[in-house]
Design a protein around this ligand. Structure first.
Ligand code: PBG
Length: 325
């Protein structure tokens, strides 16, 4: 007559719920993506990402120190160059904005955090693609690999502990690994953007880096319709020497994340991207959802699905909230 089993018993008090919670989110598991803009005189808020800044080199240093003090596990740095060209020369130039800012951060922070850098050309090319183009305008996979190799070495030399190839070129992990090793950077890690989907949710990021892209990235990023393909991508990246594999975006691809976490024998990351951030911020601003609860729920869900590490623009704020627990 009455139910014999009462799962609600384990939900009765905050202390009980705290005791039985399966999933935790800790500050050390969060990585903060940051933007630094060449020649900027003052930090500027990104209109479609309220609360996220394009930093000057100086404001970046300060914000990075604060992030580390808040307990985040790492920083992923993106550069916004003042000039762009067809081959993305600023990416390999040791004095290019990303490499210069990496040097700043490494000298400021030493080994006190894990410093990561975006290893991709889209911020640096005048056409906005993640690679160089053939005469007929297609993204040239193998010519792009050569530049990624050089870029990775420049970033390692500038102080990156980990490089993050996000361009979805075939063979990029193996190529970059070989280039790093050959240059003596055998300890520099690779965070592979293994399953990166051609998502509409990158829109705000493209504002953040002032991307020049017209068109889309569908010939190199994955089709949102496909999950099996992500497993193939991960298998290749693991075979090529990825130290960490990643799924991106996060929340719309939790099934992919869970599947990947089952097969990966290296840590798995997920990137909660700009559009995921913007959706929550916009709804919260309208008073339609509770901002803090929503953010923590999304992070918990991403962890529950299998992510060891989450890249999130809320890393610092979330770290502070979580420290109260
Ligand atoms: C490519 C890159 C992108 C993001 C990270 N690395 C943009 C893209 O592929 O179009 C997006 C991150 C975000 O949306 O927050 N360098």
């Amino acid at each position: 007559m009455f139910p014999a089993h009462r799962p609600r018993r384990l939900r009765t008090t905050p202390a009980m719920r705290r005791l039985v919670a399966e999933t935790t989110v800790r500050p050390r598991q969060l990585v903060l993506p940051m933007f630094v803009k060449e020649g900027a005189e003052a930090p500027a808020e990104i209109a479609s990402m309220p609360g996220v800044l394009q930093h000057t080199r100086e404001s970046l240093r300060k914000a990075a120190v604060e992030a580390v003090q808040a307990g985040v596990g790492g920083i992923m740095l993106f550069g916004v160059p003042s000039t762009r060209d067809a081959v993305g020369s600023g990416a390999t130039d040791p004095d290019g904005i990303l490499n210069a800012a990496l040097r700043d951060l490494r000298s400021e922070l030493g080994d006190g955090t894990v410093l990561m850098s975006d290893c991709c050309l889209d911020e640096f090319t005048d056409h906005g693609h993640c690679g160089v183009l053939t005469a007929t305008g297609e993204v040239d996979n193998d010519a792009t690999l050569e530049i990624y190799g050089e870029m990775a070495v420049a970033q390692a030399r500038a102080g990156a502990h980990v490089v993050g190839p996000s361009g979805m070129m075939d063979g990029q992990i193996g190529f970059i690994r070989a280039a790093l090793d050959e240059a003596g950077f055998t300890d520099t890690g690779i965070l592979a953007y293994s399953a990166k989907y051609a998502s509409a949710l990158y829109g705000p990021f493209r504002d953040a880096v002032e991307s020049q892209l017209k068109g889309d990235r569908k010939t190199y990023q994955q089709d949102p319709a496909n999950a099996r393909e992500a497993l193939r991508e991960v298998e290749l990246d693991l075979a090529e020497g990825a130290d960490i594999v990643m799924v991106k975006p996060a929340l719309p691809y939790l099934d992919v994340l869970a599947a990947l976490a089952q097969v990966s024998n290296v840590p798995v990351a997920a990137y909660q991207i700009s559009g995921e951030y913007a959706m929550v911020e916009a709804a919260a601003r309208n008073g339609w959802i509770d901002r803090e609860r929503t953010v923590l729920e999304t992070l918990t869900s991403i962890r529950r699905a299998g992510a060891d590490i989450v890249l999130t623009y809320w890393a610092v704020e979330a770290a502070r909230w979580l420290d109260r627990e």
